[in-house]
Each structure stands twice: as C-alpha cells, then as structure tokens.
Design a protein around this ligand. Structure first.
Ligand code: PGA
Length: 249
C-alpha cells in the first residue's frame, strides 16, 4: 500500500510564536493517522517551537529547509546536518528551487548536501524541477535527470533508502499554476526510470512527491496521479485549517 507523504515547506514564514499557534491549531484538527506521513519544514528559528509542540506526536516529522554541506566551521549564517539532527530534525530539503535560483546553489552543492545529510542521519528530500523556459524548449526530462544525477552523485546504493525526491516545476511554485496530474505523472515516470537505473530495486521504493501550487482543491487529483507518492506544499501549508484538509486528503 502506498503511504503518502504530506510535507509542508513554510519557507521564510512563521516565527516561533506563529509556529506554536499553528501547531496548536493543526494538532487539534489532525489526529494520528497510520496510513500517511506528515512532515513540517519550519524556518530554522521556528524549528524548536515546532518540535516542542510535537511533544507526544512522534507521528509528525520535522525537517529543515536547508543545510550546509560541511559538518562545522566558519560558515556564518549556516546550519550543518548534524546540528539539525541534534535539534530533532529527521529530514532535510535539499536543492529547493529557491535555493538554486534565488541563492545560486549549484547541482554539485545539492549533491554534497545530500551526502552531508546522509552522513548525519538525516533523510534528504531532493527537489528537482525545470524552469518555464526549459519546459518550453522541451528540456524538462534532461533538467530533472541532470539534477538527480548530481544530487545523488555521492550516495552509495545502501544510502538510498532514506531518500525522497520532490518534483517541483519552477513555473508552478507560488504561481497558482499547477501541473496537470498528467504532466506530473509524465515527469514522475522519467524520475522513476532514472531512480531504477541508478539504484535498482531500491529505486522503485524511493517516494516521489509533487510540489507547486498544491492546495486543498487540487491535492486529491494530484495525489491520485501515477507515481505521485506525496505532496510538498508551500503557500497552502501556512494556514492550519487548510493544511489539515490537505493532509486528510
Ligand atoms: P507552493 O510552494 O506550494 O507555494 O507553490 C511549493 C514549494 O516551493 O515547495
């Protein structure tokens, strides 16, 4: 049975006070479900507030939105994977399109970050996706395969078990334009083929999430598309009521 993953990427929203309020309201609406996984990626500063709110709710996982690829050192403003793990993170988003396109993170850095996450015992959620102009030039498959190849370059077969991939077409992020379930399924099939070639049987089990303007109105349809193993949600995850409807899809 497919256990869908619902992941909330809060980006630079919700400080500790808002995060506490969100969690109070969300947990009151969302009872423990064994047939789905819920993960929240708060900002680094709100991380502790979210973890504290989860006290007895080990069913809801916490992750960080970014890590540095070095384990420690003179990297002002950065957080290492081992620090995130120590703070209670189970997952790390790697190579989100905003990291790539706003902060200039390279494919190679995403690869080093995936390796750093695994070294520290964090499960990497590797984000891939094409920009609009790449899609218009028919380069979608090539772009996602290039990002996967670099992102997974330093992982050995035995390290793939915790990996999750999130397909997030850049033109659909925060724009209100969602890929159709058929578009999502087509790219997920390309990603699945790559994962099987790269990781054999293990590659068949790596969940592939869809992200990009997911909301409570389109979540069910996207989740029903072939090989969509979950949803990575930005804007629509910020309100506890809307987010609980999505996770109860
Ligand atoms: P969005 O963001 O749901 O606001 O489009 C998704 C993401 O960037 O992960």
């Amino acid at each position: 049975m497919k256990i869908p993953i619902f992941a909330a990427n809060w980006k630079m929203n919700h400080g500790p006070s808002d995060a506490r309020e969100f969690m109070r309201s969300f947990l009151a609406r969302y009872a423990r479900h064994s047939d789905r996984t819920v993960a929240i990626f708060p900002s680094a500063l709100a991380f502790h507030a979210v973890r504290e709110s989860l006290d007895s709710r080990s069913d809801v996982l916490c992750g960080v939105q970014n890590i540095h690829f070095e384990d420690k050192g003179a990297f002002t403003g950065e957080t290492s994977a081992s620090m995130a793990r120590d703070a209670g993170a189970k997952l790390a988003l790697i190579g989100h399109s905003e990291r790539r396109h706003v902060f200039g993170e390279t494919d190679e850095e995403a690869g080093k970050k995936c390796a750093a996450a695994v070294r520290a015992g964090l499960a990497p959620m590797l984000c891939v996706g094409e920009k609009l102009e790449q899609r218009e030039r028919g380069e979608t498959d090539e772009v996602v395969v290039r990002q996967l190849t670099a992102g997974m370059a330093m992982l050995e077969a035995g390290q793939m078990s915790g990996l999750t991939v999130a397909y997030e077409p850049v033109w659909a992020i925060g724009t209100g334009k969602t890929a159709t379930p058929a578009d999502a399924a087509a790219t997920h099939a390309v990603i699945r083929r790559y994962l099987r070639e790269r990781a054999g049987e293990r590659g068949s089990a790596i969940p592939i999430l869809y992200g990009g303007s997911v909301n409570k109105g389109n979540a069910a349809q996207l989740l029903a598309a072939a090989d969509v193993g979950g949803l990575l949600v930005g804007g629509a995850s910020l309100d506890a009521d809307g987010w609980s409807s999505i996770v109860c899809t």
